[in-house]
Unconditional design. Structure first.
Length: 131
């Protein structure tokens, strides 16, 4: 069986051929760039559809990020009330308080301005909770 030997001369020829192919590809690429083709699909200064869509999305993303930053700043600048707002008592909350104090339905209805039936219901519910 014969052995296969590569000499330095054969190796040099292979390297020269590979470099020649690489240089030919580079020259073709440079020539294509001179005619107006870029990596973003621009030909003659006009973007193709996918490149234009990419540019539109980048612009929209920048707008969204700006809006998000504005909202975060507005949230940080909001003043939180230091005191809880005063709640005005309703006739029903007053009636519940009076029922808890032990007043009967007639007294609750008279002092809160609610009907006797509503007062009886509130007194009955309060007594049910107390027991």
């Amino acid at each position: 069986m014969e052995s296969f030997v590569i000499t330095w001369r054969e190796l040099l020829i292979v390297v020269v051929v590979v470099l020649a192919v690489y240089m030919a590809e580079m020259l073709l690429l440079l020539r294509a760039n001179k005619t107006g083709v870029s990596r973003f699909g621009l030909r003659g200064g006009k973007p193709d559809k996918s490149a234009q869509r990419l540019l539109d999305l980048e612009s929209e993303l920048a707008d969204v990020l700006l809006r998000l930053q504005q909202l975060e700043q507005a949230q940080d600048n909001m003043e939180r009330p230091s005191v809880a707002p005063q709640v005005t008592p309703t006739p029903y909350s007053q009636a519940i308080q009076l029922a808890r104090e032990g007043l009967d339905a007639d007294a609750v209805a008279a002092s809160c301005g609610i009907s006797r039936g509503e007062a009886e219901l509130i007194v009955a519910m309060h007594r049910a909770r107390a027991s």
